[in-house]
Design a protein around this ligand. Sequence first.
Ligand SMILES: C[S@@+](CC[C@H](N)C(=O)[O-])C[C@H]1O[C@@H](n2cnc3c(N)ncnc32)[C@H](O)[C@@H]1O
Length: 253
Amino acid sequence: MGQPDETTHFGFRDVSLGDKQTLVNDVFHSVASRYDLMNDLMSAGLHRVWKDVMINALNPPCGDTPFTLLDVAGGTGDIAFRAAEAAGGGFRATVCDINSDMLSVGRARAIARHLDDRVSFVEGNAEALAFPDRNFDAYTIAFGIRNVPRIDLALNEAYRVLRPGGRFLCLEFSTVDVPGLDRIYDLFSFKVIPPLGGVVTGDAESYRYLVESIRKFPKPYTFAEMIRAAGFSRVNWQSLSGGIVALHSGWRL
Ligand SMILES: C[S@@+](CC[C@H](N)C(=O)[O-])C[C@H]1O[C@@H](n2cnc3c(N)ncnc32)[C@H](O)[C@@H]1O
């Protein structure tokens, strides 16, 4: 468990755990208004496909059966909206994010999509969730966990708030495992994304952090071990797009 003076990575820099969260918050305050546009540009729309794979795995009930989703680090609401659109009338989602600017964009998008009665937005930290034990049917976190300073605490919290039988799903950038693709991916990540982020959001540095943080995230088998250590069963992962992204899953049994 992290102590206040322990260090971690902010991209390629070593920083204290407390500083990492402050720096991450600055990144998302800075890019919130152009975040969705940048996602489309830097992934050539592929983030939509990856998110659809997550929603297929979640498989929320289509009928009126009650089903509650907690989408942590949910930002502007993409995962919750997709799940709500795939689900029936019994579906409710709570988007929890530490960043008020990302949540404001999400709330406006929920109203525009007429989903504000089924998707609510709450400010909170993945490391210390303000929800009771055994409260949700599913917990999702997409492209969020690598930004959390103490990943082990976030995983413990995910386990705590899930009901027995509840599903844990985590979509995150991973390790490219296709020869040739790795070099193209590195070139695109370090030479294209930060300048593109600079043009679109006026903040190239934030996008430099985002690509560096991908390289510092644990390998999929190491992350799967961390998920098991939090108590989850039937832990598995699926590589997508040659390992650019992985969908990790587990159950609270
Ligand atoms: C890359 S965005 C992902 C947003 C959304 N899940 C998506 O896929 O589009 C990462 C999000 O993680 C949030 N975040 C970072 N640290 C967090 C923490 N400790 N607790 C909750 N959210 C956090 C950021 O504010 C940001 O909205």
